[in-house]
Design a protein around this ligand. Structure first.
Ligand code: NAD
Ligand code: TYD
Length: 337
């Protein structure tokens, strides 16, 4: 039995929880999920694996050196850093925690990796570090970094620190930059779960600006498979772009959800645009496809139908989230817009 000990930070969030479930089903590794349980972290997301003896949950903050020291003392072979403040709109309202978690937190993890000599450090980054595209072109790994939101700027700073640690100390860093994910357990502040759950409640569907911004959507399990490939086959010091080869305008996404649910387009409400709103993201994933023999396998229509079904079948999960503190956020974000 392989006793490799993987520290997954932010494992109670959307992508981290899907990744942990995927890894436990495929490998014998020991997984330590280190998560602060912010508004976005939810123990329910991994209830089904809690009794697995290879899985441990540790509540802690990556921005706290003391919290990290106690988990590293038990021995860690691999770090996969998902922990982050992840929502662009929240970064516009209140950037402070983004700096603390995304920059200082990643710095603390890099310091632990340097001192303890871990074997691999995967920094889960985002295509948003490249900024915004016009109608043509795609982001490659050598596209200059040009972030536009406090969120993407903080992720860029973390990437640069990680790369500097690789170059200066030989820290075994790999960076992944994925496009927009969708799938089960996504917090209903992001476009797809917000639209699905609002539509199920017959609430207005807020579409920013003209609805023509483009994102390249990938199913969260296709993202997990890509991280698996980077973990096992990636070359240290490399960046790997991960995309869905699936560019869609926001309005197209909203209309697709309405058609799957059989709800009327009259629910759509165009609202004031997001400040600094990136127009288009598109990823060139030829490096990961070619060098690590990776490919996306989820059909988008099928992936969206399954995702809508998950939100229909798990009403309690999102209804609990959408009461309480979420209501204050929603008011702040969408009232008078
Ligand atoms: P999420 O907001 O759903 O989850 C983030 C998790 O991190 C939560 O469980 C939260 O409790 C935890 N966390 C936050 N601050 C922490 C701290 N200081 N210490 C420990 N844990 C903390 O985010 P997500 O959508 O699952 O994104 C995960 C990662 O993937 C992020 O790094 C994000 O930048 C990146 N990413 C996301 C997308 C996307 O479409 N969602 C696309 C590309 C990259
Ligand atoms: P989001 O899910 O927040 O991801 P990101 O900003 O990281 O790409 O938003 C996806 C797109 O949907 C983005 O162009 C903003 C837009 N959007 C809306 O039009 N309405 C909304 O209520 C939200 C949350 C996003």
């Amino acid at each position: 039995m392989d006793k490799t000990r993987i520290l997954v930070t932010g494992g109670c969030g959307f992508i981290g929880s899907n990744f942990i479930r995927y890894m436990l089903s495929k490998y014998p590794y020991i997984i330590i999920n280190f998560d602060k349980l912010t508004y976005a972290g939810n123990l329910e997301n991994l209830k089904d694996v809690e009794s697995d003896s290879r899985y441990t949950f540790v509540r802690g903050d990556i921005a706290s050196k003391a919290d990290l020291a106690s988990v590293f003392e038990q021995g860690i072979d691999v770090i996969i850093n998902f922990a982050a403040e992840s929502h662009v709109d929240r970064s516009i309202l209140d950037p402070d925690t983004f700096i603390r978690t995304n920059i200082n937190g990643t710095f603390n993890l890099l310091e632990e990796a340097r001192k303890r000599e871990v074997k691999r450090f995967i920094q889960i980054s985002t295509d948003e570090v490249y900024g915004s595209l016009g109608k043509e072109g795609k982001f490659t790994e050598s596209t200059p970094l040009s972030p536009n939101s406090p969120y993407s700027a903080s992720k860029t700073a973390a990437d640069m620190l990680a790369m500097a640690y690789h170059k200066t100390y030989g820290t075994p860093v790999l960076i992944t930059r994925c496009s927009n994910n969708y799938g089960p357990y996504q917090f209903p502040e992001k476009l797809i779960p917000l639209i699905i759950t609002n539509a199920l409640e017959d609430k207005e569907l807020p579409v920013y600006g003209d609805g023509m911004n483009v994102r390249d959507w990938i199913h969260v399990i296709d993202h997990a498979v890509a991280i698996d490939a980077v973990l096992h086959k990636g070359v240290l010091g490399n960046v790997y772009n991960i995309g869905g080869e699936n560019e869609r305008t926001n309005i197209e996404i909203v209309k697709l959800i309405l058609s799957i649910l059989g709800k009327p387009e009259s629910l759509i409400k165009y609202v004031t645009d997001r400040p600094g709103h990136d127009r288009r993201y598109a990823i060139d994933s030829s490096r990961i496809k070619r060098e690590l023999t990776y490919s996306v396998t989820t059909d988008f229509r099928k992936g969206m139908e399954d995702t809508v079904k998950w939100y229909l079948d798990n009403r309690g999960w999102w209804e609990r989230i959408k009461s309480g503190a979420y209501l204050e956020y929603y008011d702040l974000m969408y009232k008078n817009r």
